[in-house]
Design a protein around this ligand. Structure first.
Ligand SMILES: [Zn+2]
Length: 260
């Protein structure tokens, strides 16, 4: 399996053998081999950092291994002024979903947070500031980001969140350490809607419906106006195909909250 530990070990072994060979025999070819190995290693690391599905540095829950037609709708980057519309549609179809919250948006959207909890949705951490550089923060700063959002949700909703979704799906060795210290369950996705860049609701709908299969985790954003329009179509469509909807905690049979 392609994991950070295996790749690092294999690279260290092969490149040190090539370098020792170069030093003993003076063959420039072995030096080129070592340089080539370093480049391959770098490419794999970059792939691991930016590919959530690779689960390269840590365990990620990307997709359920089930055969029944059950999927999880997940929403990132809220709470926002559009979240209420999303909640109205979820309520209309009696669908429970999972929301990965940005801590800095909670204080001005406390009513939305209350509604999320009251209507039975699950909450997860999506950092406090959602900076593009989050994945590359030093350990303490990354830890502070996660603790800050957990604290604000605890304060306003009384829940101690342990689900986490990394912004932009970026994972690193530092994140792996923080996740282990805080005992978090890290959630990725299997269906990316690209709703933050798509031009039309129709293209998002088509993309989602084409990829959905049993155990899918669908990534959407409740800070986008199009989100409600997309849901109005995809939920009844999937219900007609006999799909049911679960929170990620239910889908993977994992805890979403920790007792104090
Ligand atoms: Zn995000």
């Amino acid at each position: 399996m392609l994991t950070y530990k295996n790749v690092r070990l294999t690279h260290a072994l092969l490149s040190s053998t090539a370098l020792i060979g170069y030093l003993i025999y003076g063959s420039v070819l072995l030096l080129y081999v070592a340089i080539g190995l370093a480049l391959i290693y770098l490419c794999i690391i970059v792939y691991g950092v930016f590919t959530v599905k690779a689960a390269f540095f840590l365990k990620l829950y990307n997709e359920g291994t089930i055969t029944d037609k059950r999927i999880a709708l997940t929403f990132d980057d809220g709470p926002s002024e559009h979240t209420n519309q999303v909640l109205d549609i979820l309520k209309k179809f009696n669908v429970k979903a999972t929301f990965f919250l940005i801590g800095s948006k909670i204080e001005t959207n406390q009513e939305v947070l209350r509604r999320l909890v009251e209507e039975g949705h699950q909450l997860g951490n999506h950092t406090y500031h959602h900076s593009k550089a989050t994945g590359f923060y030093p350990l303490q700063k990354l830890n502070d980001e996660l603790i800050a959002t957990r604290t604000v949700v605890k304060q306003f909703a009384g829940l101690n969140m342990i689900l986490y979704r990394p912004p932009f799906g970026v994972t690193t060795p530092n994140l792996a350490k923080v996740v282990s210290q805080l005992r978090l369950n890290v959630i990725g996705w299997s269906v990316r809607s690209f709703d933050t860049t798509a031009q039309s609701a129709e293209s998002i709908i088509q993309r989602v419906l084409k990829q959905v299969k049993p155990g899918a985790v669908v990534l959407l954003h409740d800070n986008r106006e199009k989100c409600a329009t997309v849901l109005e179509t995809i939920i009844p469509h999937l219900l007609n195909q006999h799909y049911t909807f679960a929170t990620v905690g239910e889908l993977f049979d994992i805890e979403a909250y920790e007792n104090d």
